[in-house]
Design a protein around this ligand. Structure first.
Ligand code: PLP
Length: 456
């Protein structure tokens, strides 16, 4: 034991880990089950798990558990380890920084690493205008702050969010998040001045996917006009591809149309790129796909390979409208997390991970479309780059099928493939492999998925 930690022999993590699926016990194995019993006695029930295997090492496209099983990772810790776990440039910078200093508080005495991350954000986020950034600890905290900034800059209060949106679990971000269970149920009262409008969801748009972009823009702008008043609206916040809500990809033209409406009315357009950002969708940011330029962008997740870091980046005049001392926090932009971000971003640049994400999509989408032809329970295959999903519905209808979704995920887990579910109706299987995953592992993971559907 190290303190209360059991020492086990485990391989060293990082990309040198054998890139193979290897099952040596059932999933979860006996050692994971023992740890789960300890977890039950010490950790709050409300914090849940997709798959209760306890990880001891990870790298490339695999996760190794306490029992020695090596699992294929199609989750990246929810779109975080895009550069792979313990990626060398990241691990080296973290190690070095941890040996130099671990904290001063940027608000007490600043350091270069924070500034360097903000410079990288200015370079890679959409738009070539003059930008400023502020760093925080989590996606939710970034969203909290982007709303503060938008309200301060405009002198307006209303914020418009979407059906199926997910923006976090803090009080304001719960109010922005659409889904009740498990995120909001009995956690209210929620923050005020949040208005919800329909999302352009092609599969489920009443007039069909071809009408979705134009109809949705009509409905949304109409609702804002009649129910809120354009000049009361500080900001519209949208995930350019919705994440937790079901990997909903809006039709072409919708985001540019929405951005244009915002521009016409002095409403700030906020892109929440926390899940879609940092190469995940095949561009540095999902807004790049249609050349949409937001006024403000929130980032987190992939920015620092798993160390807690998040950011708000935006137009200099909007960001700097806030008085000195109005933004901050003890840990925001912690130097070790900033070192990780610099290592992660350097990896993305050096290894051209936008191209890797596009290649992952090129491999996955055709196989998933073939799977959908064979299994009518798959109502939709969608996504971009390495942010891909299938939506399940009862054949011949659009009635969501969360039971088959759960069964398919369970079968994948038992066979050593980590997949996640999502969606307002719990009927979406989503795939977020690390962008550095080998093509053999990717193909093997897809074969496991095909077997899971064959066995439903
Ligand atoms: C689009 C989006 N916004 C905000 C968040 C909240 O981020 P965090 O979990 O780091 O608070 C998430 C997390 O899944 C997200 O996907």
């Amino acid at each position: 034991m190290v303190g209360s930690m059991t020492v086990r022999s485990s391989p060293v993590g990082g990309p040198a880990l054998p890139q193979e699926r290897r099952l040596v016990t059932e999933i979860p194995g006996p050692l994971s089950r023992d740890l789960f019993a300890r977890r039950q006695a010490a950790v709050a029930r409300g914090v849940s798990h997709v798959l209760p295997v306890f990880i001891t090492a990870a790298g490339g496209g695999v996760l190794v558990d306490a029992d020695g099983n090596s699992l294929i990772d199609f989750g990246s810790g929810i779109a975080v380890t895009s550069v792979g776990n313990s990626a060398p440039r990241l691990a080296e910078r973290v190690q070095h920084q941890a040996g130099q200093f671990t904290h001063t508080c940027f608000m007490v005495t600043p350091y270069e690493e924070y500034v360097a991350v903000c410079e990288k954000l200015a370079e890679h986020t959409p738009g070539d205008y003059d930008k400023r950034s502020a760093l925080f600890n989590s996606g939710a905290e970034a969203v909290e702050n982007v709303v503060k900034i938008a309200r301060h800059a405009t002198g307006r209060q209303a914020v418009v969010a979407f059906d199926h949106a997910y923006h976090g679990r803090t009080n304001l971000t719960m109010a922005l998040t659409a889904k009740n269970m498990p995120y909001k149920d009995k956690f209210g009262p929620f923050a005020g001045e949040i208005y919800r409008v329909p999302m352009a969801y092609p599969l489920r748009w009443p007039g069909g996917p071809d009408r979705c972009a134009a109809d949705a823009l009509d409905v949304i702008t109409g609702l804002i006009h009649t129910q809120v008043g354009e000049d009361n609206v500080a900001a519209v916040i949208i995930e350019p591809i919705q994440g937790e809500g079901g990997f909903i990809v809006p039709p072409d033209g919708f985001l540019p149309g929405l951005a244009e409406f915002c521009r016409e009315h002095g409403i700030l357009f906020i892109a929440d790129e926390i899940q879609t950002g940092f190469c995940r969708t095949g561009d540095w940011f999902a807004c790049d796909h249609e050349g949409v330029v937001p006024d403000l962008v929130t980032t987190a997740k992939g920015i620092a390979g798993g160390l807690p870091l998040a950011a708000v980046t935006g137009r200099a005049e909007v960001m700097d409208s806030v008085h000195v001392g109005g933004l901050g926090g003890t840990y925001g932009g912690n130097p070790v997390a900033c070192a990780a971000a610099l290592g992660a971003i350097e990896t993305m640049e050096a290894e051209n991970l936008t191209a890797r994400a596009r290649r992952i999509g090129e491999i996955m989408l055709p196989r998933l479309r073939k799977l959908a032809e064979a299994h009518p329970v798959i109502a939709d295959v969608r996504g971009r780059g390495a942010m891909i999903a299938i939506e399940l519905a009862e054949p011949g209808s659009l009635k969501p099928d969360p039971a088959s979704t759960g069964a398919a995920a369970k079968a994948c887990h038992a066979a050593g493939l980590v997949v996640l579910t999502c969606g307002t109706f719990g009927n979406v299987l989503r795939f977020l492999p690390p962008l550095v995953i080998g093509e053999d592992l990717l193909e093997e993971g897809l074969s496991i998925l095909e077997d899971a559907f064959a066995g439903l």
